[in-house]
Design a protein around this ligand. Structure first.
Ligand SMILES: Nc1ncnc2c1ncn2[C@@H]1O[C@H](COP(=O)(O)OP(=O)(O)OP(=O)(O)O)[C@@H](O)[C@H]1O
Length: 591
């Protein structure tokens, strides 16, 4: 008994997941449109079943007219057919159109919703970090695929399959009545007594489909996991292709093509291997479902034949029985026919649910951090503890502060946590205990210049102004910033579109990021090896400009650099020293 119960429970769990994922849309600001569309689709589906009932009745009248050679009824019924068909066509067209419309709107809403959540509170970054911590295979893999593809599949399957189920149930209820009234009872004698089974055809249909559904589930079960994996392997393969494109130059210089080929072939091999398994699973199921469908064509004739040949029913009734049996069988075998899609729906639902759960899991480490706003105009590191994703304490900093006019150089061995210190100060590192006091304007006036800056695709103007809109700055301001950051050749290319992160050299990209700082005029400027690709004269000129920049806005400069010449532009040094036994690996101390 435990087996069917656990199956039923797993169905309830699945239904709960679908409800939780669907509810936000139907309760959203678009709820009246969404509910209205859903109600219209339900009405059209019920209309379609009603049309099928009318057609079924029409079959009896039409075939009886044929058998009786009754021309008048024949032509009248043909006339009736035309307006029945007209109604059916209108319902079919609008059922399709409104269903697609609902799927599209729902997808648009869900995609927007998850896109916002992914981009909110640095979730996109923390999800990646969490995956580093838990291992590459930890969910959610490929969030891009969740947002792009799974939202589409989920909304489409949810609408078509739930409407299909509704249709099947209503058809079943409508036609079971018809079939019951047509089928008569089946009389037989057993052990000297006479027995009669009323609604014999109905029982035959139920038995036929019950056996069919159980066998389908048994044969088709492996498809659920295979479907889940297929999406994942496809996304991994695509992701690796994109990486080769992104790092094309390094790979070409390293002559890494054979390795990439091997990796790509490996990933594609997984795609194919799993797909082959899926095809085989589907083939096994198709053997059964098509035999089941073919047998269903003759099954009602075989069962009803004795009554026809004994003269108990006419040809019209026989045809009506077969059509009603077809409808009952169709609706009872909804499960058989939709098994693969149900498996895919379930896999998609599981993937989005794990995506959703990973957002919820993220909130915990963030809540542990604390940073208060300072009344004083300074950045105070009262007690900052930073750990590695696995939990190992990496760095501790206590009792340090940064005031307007300060310029500090942070030094320490590679891997000691200098960049992580900046991540902790920026508030994006989740494994942090932050007892900081931040100046009131820190959120708006702090800027972090990384070693490898990011530029959005688009015009140079967009890349320079990022993340502010391009029209925030005039052409003169943009050109001036380019000149001051030693990029005079770019001043006439403001509207040129390009992938700037690939087109410009490493040093040019660093200069472009400095131009961005010149435009933004930060008060609290954090420079993490952001001049490492420049020659010494250029570095000197640009550091002098950055010093002047923070001075103009009465701010402070804090840098990370390995090159000794950078020390000339800073008044103070903080050093990362090995920590005490039992404590963090490194301590940040004034040098
Ligand atoms: N996303 C991450 N997942 C796991 N470990 C990480 C991650 N980011 C950084 N680390 C680890 O944290 C430690 C500190 O890294 P960090 O980049 O802060 O060092 P750094 O002092 O800036 O080094 P460098 O001078 O080489 O730039 C390193 O051991 C690094 O491997």
């Amino acid at each position: 008994m435990t087996q069917p119960l656990s199956k039923f429970q797993s169905f309830l769990v699945f239904a709960g997941k679908v409800r939780r994922l669907a509810a936000p849309y139907f309760n959203s600001e678009e709820k009246w449109k969404a509910r209205g569309l859903l109600a219209a689709i339900i009405a059209l589906n019920l209309g379609a079943v009603y049309m099928a009932v009318l057609f079924n009745e029409w079959y009896r009248l039409f075939y009886d007219a044929l058998q009786n050679k009754d021309q008048e009824v024949f032509w009248r019924e043909l006339g009736r057919f035309s307006y029945l068909a007209f109604g059916f066509i209108i319902i079919a067209v609008y059922r399709f159109y409104l269903t697609q419309l609902l799927e599209m709107r729902w997808r648009a809403w869900m995609t927007g919703h998850y896109m916002n959540r992914w981009l909110a509170d640095k979730a996109f970054y923390h999800l990646e970090l969490a995956r580093f911590a838990k291992g590459e295979d930890a969910p959610p893999d490929n969030p891009d695929q969740r947002i792009a593809e799974d939202m589409n599949l989920f909304t489409s399957y949810s609408v078509t399959l739930s409407m299909g189920l509704l249709n099947a149930v209503v058809t079943l209820v409508s036609f079971v009545g018809i079939l019951w009234s047509l089928s008569g009872s089946f009389a037989f004698s057993f052990n000297g007594s006479e027995y009669s089974i009323p609604g014999f055809m109905v029982w035959m249909a139920v038995l036929y489909c019950l056996v069919g559904s159980v066998i389908t589930h048994y044969i088709g079960r492996p498809q659920i996991a295979l479907n889940f994996n297929q999406q994942r392997y496809e996304a991994d393969f695509r992701h690796h292709l994109v990486r080769v494109r992104e790092y094309s130059e390094s790979i070409a210089l390293d002559r890494g093509e054979p390795v990439e080929r091997r990796h790509l072939s490996g990933r594609f091999g997984e795609v194919l291997g799993n797909y082959l398994k899926l095809i085989n699973a589907q083939k096994r199921l198709t053997w059964f479902t098509s035999s089941f469908g073919q047998a269903a064509v003759v099954f009602p004739f075989i069962v009803a034949a004795p009554r026809y040949f004994s003269g108990a029913i006419q040809l019209g009734e026989l045809i009506q029985i077969s059509s009603a049996f077809g409808q009952v069988q169709d609706s009872l075998s909804w499960f058989v026919d939709n098994y693969s899609r149900l498996a895919a729906w379930r896999a998609t639902t599981d993937r989005i649910t794990s995506f959703e759960e990973s957002f919820q899991a993220l909130q915990a480490p963030e809540a542990a951090t604390a940073a208060t706003t300072h009344e004083e105009d300074a950045l105070a590191l009262d007690d900052l503890q930073l750990a590695l994703p696995g939990g190992v304490a990496l760095l501790s900093a206590r009792g340090l502060s940064l005031h307007p006019g300060d310029s500090v150089l942070v030094k320490g061995p590679s891997g000691s946590g200098k960049s992580t210190l900046f991540r902790g100060l920026a508030g994006i590192w989740p494994w942090a205990q932050r007892h900081l006091r931040l100046p009131a304007d820190f959120a708006e006036r702090a800027m972090f210049l990384p070693q490898r800056p990011y530029f959005p695709q688009g015009s140079l103007r967009d890349a320079l102004a990022y993340p502010a809109p391009a029209d925030r700055y005039s052409d003169t301001e943009l050109q001036q910033a380019l000149r001051e950051s030693l990029l005079p050749d770019l001043v006439n290319k403001l509207d040129e579109p390009a992938t700037w992160g690939q087109k410009l050299s490493g040093g040019e990209q660093q200069r472009l990021a400095i131009a961005r700082a010149i435009l933004k005029k930060p008060r609290w400027l954090f420079v993490d090896e952001a001049t490492s690709a420049l020659d010494e004269p250029a570095e000197a000129a640009l550091y002098t400009r950055l010093q002047a920049l923070v001075k103009e806005s009465d701010g402070a400069l804090i840098s990370i650099a390995h090159r000794p010449t950078v020390a000339d532009y800073h008044d103070t040094q903080w050093g990362l020293q090995p920590g005490e036994p039992g404590g963090a690996r490194f301590r940040l101390l004034p040098a």
